[in-house]
Structures are given as C-alpha cells and as structure tokens.
Ligand binder design. Structure first.
Ligand code: NAP
Length: 248
C-alpha cells in the first residue's frame, strides 16, 4: 500500500469536494477527509446515500458536511454554475477536488458497444470532470494550496480488449490531468494529479469481475493513504503525477 500516515487534523480548515461520495472509494475518501478536519462537499446522484454519509460525518464529530445532489450524466451548464455559486457563497474558496465518480459501462468488443452507453460513460467519466474543473477553477485559485485529484485506472494506460468507453475515458482523464498540471505549474498554487486505486472491493469491481472473491481485494478504507497524501500539504511539490494507491 502507498506509505503515508496523515497527522491528526492535517486537513483542518480545508474545503474539499468529492464526486461519487455516496458509495465505494468516494464515500471512504469523504469520511477520511472529514475525520482529518476538512469540510467535505458530498456530490452524487443518490440523495439517500449522500445523507447516510452526511450522518456518518456528523457521528464522527467532524466539521458539518454539505450535500450537492447532481447526476453527472444529465448535469447542465446551469447546474455547474449553481454549484460554484453555492460554494462561493458558503465558503468563498475550494481547496480540494476529488474527481472520483465513474460508470463502468459495458464490457464488450467495440464492434458491439452500445452507442448510448458509450455516450453515458464518456459524459460521466470524462466530460463531467472537465465541466466541474472549469467551473470551479476560480474558487480553487483562491486557495492557498489547492489539490485536484483525478481517478485513473490501469486500463487507461494500456488499452485492453472489451473495456470500451471506460478505458477510453480513463485515457482522457490521464490526459486532462497532465494538460492541467502543465498549464497550472508556475502560474498558480493548484496542483493536479491522478490516483490509480488498483483492484478495490467495491460495487464497480464486483460488476467488472463477477468471478472474483471480493475479500481478496483491499477495502476502500485500506487504500486511503494515497488519497490523504495528495490532498494534504505534504504533497505540495507533486504535480502532474500518477500515484498507485496500492504501490508497495
Ligand atoms: P462505485 O462503488 O461504483 O462508486 C462510484 C460512485 O460514482 C458511486 O457513488 C456512484 O453513485 C457515483 N456515480 C456514478 N455515476 C454517477 C453519475 N452519473 N452522477 C453522479 N455520481 C455518479 O465505484 P468505485 O470502485 O468506488 O470507483 C471509484 C473510482 O475509482 C472510479 O473513478 C473508478 O473508475 C475508479 N477505479 C476503481 C477501481 C476498483 O477496483 N474499484 C479500480 C480502478 C479505478 P451511485 O452510488 O448512485 O451508484
């Protein structure tokens, strides 16, 4: 596992937005950031799941979270403007942005890939992080040190049969992260990096590998060190890099 131990309350005072915060890795990251003192904005498409995470954060006696329900597949330009305005009014700044939400789509040859599913996956996994980043950059610029984390995958580095739009979207995310890192280096206090979580025990993993024993993979909680490191001020010099959450 990536080796990092976060000092207590090391994210105190930071405002961090997590997409796909209702389940899986995003849920764990939201809880872990809150536990270290951050105010977390929970973004996702399922209000019940977001409410449950909100309650868990409250039970930790962590700073009160905020909820912004949004379906990234159908979000309009207006939704991004509203989100940005609300964060501006409530907090005036954004210190961290974790692009975590994603759809798996189909596992099938390109020849058979359903075009509608293709568009859905590209929208959630690649276009939404662009719109969200572009809209929130003015608030990230106001932070003393802002961190944008994108979520990559091993099939976003080497194309593999049957991974279709998911794989293409992860290639796109890797490119977006590198472009942004290059653009923001030396001109801002914003850094941009990727985390490749590796095989992790979530609903998406179970859907992608139905024959696998879930307990053979680490839980989302276990892969948190990389997520905490890149969000903390201990990673101020890291820009344009991809960290493997399960690196030995
Ligand atoms: P997950 O358990 O399926 O969680 C994905 C989250 O994204 C869920 O909260 C889901 O909401 C949300 N989401 C999906 N579509 C959305 C939409 N249209 N609008 C808003 N939110 C949406 O998956 P995970 O395994 O935690 O994956 C997290 C990230 O890690 C993804 O980027 C994934 O590609 C990446 N990753 C995972 C693995 C792995 O082994 N798990 C490996 C490599 C990369 P609902 O709760 O409503 O479904």
């Amino acid at each position: 596992m990536f080796n990092y131990s976060a000092p207590a309350l090391s994210l105190k005072g930071k405002v961090i937005l997590v997409t796909g915060a209702g389940d899986g890795i995003g849920r764990s990251a939201a809880l872990a950031y809150a536990q270290l003192g951050a105010t977390v904005i929970l973004l996702g498409r399922n209000l019940d799941k977001l409410n449950a995470v909100y309650d868990q954060i409250e039970a930790l006696n962590a700073p009160q979270a905020a909820i912004f329900p949004l379906n990234l597949e159908t979000a309009s330009e207006q939704s991004y403007i509203e989100l940005t305005d609300i964060i501006d009014q409530e907090f005036g700044v954004l210190d961290g942005l974790l692009h975590n939400a994603a759809l798996l789509g189909m596992r099938t040859p390109i020849e058979n890939y359903d075009p509608i599913t293709w568009e859905q996956v590209m929208k959630v996994n690649a276009s939404a992080p662009f719109h969200l980043t572009q809209s929130l950059l003015p608030l990230l610029h106001r932070s003393k040190n802002a961190s944008i984390i994108f979520t990559s995958s091993s099939v976003g580095k080497i194309g593999k049969a049957y991974w279709g739009a998911y794989s293409v979207s992860k290639f796109a995310i890797q490119g977006m992260m590198e472009i942004l890192a290059d653009e923001l280096e030396n001109t801002s206090n914003i850094r941009s990096n990727c985390i490749n979580p590796g095989a992790t025990r979530t609903a998406m993993r179970a859907a992608a590998y139905p024959g696998e024993q879930p307990e053979n993979n680490p839980t989302p909680e276990e892969i948190m060190p990389a997520y905490l490191y890149l969000m903390s001020d201990d990673s101020l010099d890291i820009n344009g890099q991809t960290i493997n959450a399960q690196q030995k």
